[in-house]
Design a protein around this ligand. Structure first.
Ligand code: UDP
Length: 322
């Protein structure tokens, strides 16, 4: 199987590319290296079945050629991270919407299967925070930058489903909940790499808001396994799946756990959202996936719990001093 991984130099894309190479696939990665990094691909860069193209998914000419030459597309290229999206609003909307339009247009022309990497941001801010794939979306005003991320990815999903229904394009959509592991950087706001780095250097661990908000974290290996299995499963075509862990933790408990596991002297400090992000920022209080759908189709259950995830991430930061 020859696969194209868009955004393959990023945290999730690089782990996916590695797993595909390991099982014998041929893999082409396209990445503009805006948030990705070639170092992430160092373990497979010399492999004969691997090639890397530095370029943007906004180039129709390039995407036409790459999609023609592969059998399946894992479309992961997107603006990542709440902080990044708030700081780069035009670029984020453009890459998320126009980029996906281009991918789908050529996938349809050459009849290639597409996996769309979507996000739990799509659900928005519903209070109970336990989300099923067909739950309503509740998003805030267009003046609040964060919601552009939710809406741009929702539009990607609409577009995928439209291509599936109207043009019979085989698409599979995965809504990724908070995913973490080695190579994820804290630069774009993600909480686990930020806390681990802060704790390892005995700097204050920065909780945004009151720390009572909850998230459920999924280890990259579990996420990649889910993506690959869904793409292999014919019954997944035309469907949306939550991918994540159902075990939630408060951000405050996460901070304490990280301090404990690193043996750090760090204090915990609380920073108001408006200071951390932007005026009027709205967070999701709770966000947990209902993973019943993916479990019943492919028997998926995450293997790593939070302690195991943190051990892996701490080991990575200790080793690489990234
Ligand atoms: N967060 C925090 N301190 C940080 C970075 C993030 O308290 O240094 C919080 C953030 O406000 C959110 C949660 O941790 O409530 C998860 O943030 P992240 O950006 O990792 O993912 P999100 O779930 O917001 O997409």
């Amino acid at each position: 199987m020859k696969a194209l991984v868009t955004g393959g130099a990023g945290f999730i894309g690089s782990h996916l590319a590695e797993a595909l190479i390991k099982r014998g696939d041929e893999v082409v990665v396209i990445d503009d290296l805006s948030t990705g990094n070639r170092r992430n691909l160092s373990e497979i860069s010399e492999d004969k079945k691997f090639s890397f193209v530095e370029g943007t998914i906004l180039s129709e000419k390039l995407m036409g050629e790459l999609i023609k030459g592969c059998e399946v597309i894992y479309h992961l290229a997107a603006a990542v991270g709440v902080k990044f999206v708030i700081d780069n609003p035009v670029r984020s909307i453009e890459v998320n919407v126009k980029g996906t339009e281009i991918v789908l247009e050529f996938a349809s022309k050459f009849k290639r299967k597409v996996f769309l990497s979507s996000t739990s941001e799509v659900y928005g801010k519903t209070e109970d925070g336990f989300f099923k794939e067909d739950s309503d979306r509740v998003v805030g005003a267009t003046t609040i930058g964060r919601w552009s991320y939710s809406c741009s990815k929702a539009l990607d999903e609409f577009l995928c489903l439209a291509y599936y229904r109207e043009k019979e394009l085989p698409v599979v959509i995965g809504r990724l909940f908070n995913t973490c592991g080695p190579r994820q950087t804290g630069k774009y706001g993600m909480v686990i790499p930020r806390f681990v780095k802060q704790a390892l250097s005995n700097e204050p661990v920065t909780i945004y808001g009151d720390g009572k908000q909850t998230r459920s974290f999924c280890y990259i290996e579990d996420t990649v396994r889910a993506i690959i299995s869904l793409v292999e499963e014919p019954k997944a075509i035309g469907e949306i799946f939550n991918i994540g862990s159902e075990t939630a933790t408060t951000i405050e408990d996460l901070a304490r756990k990280v301090i404990k596991l690193t043996g750090s002297n760090s204090d915990i400090i609380y920073i108001p959202y408006e200071e951390a992000y932007e005026k009027g920022f709205e967070d999701m209080r709770h966000r947990v996936p209902d993973t019943g759908k993916i479990h019943s189709l492919i028997g998926y259950k995450p293997h790593y719990n939070l302690d195991m995830i943190l051990e892996k991430v701490i080991e990575y930061f200790r080793k690489t001093r990234a």
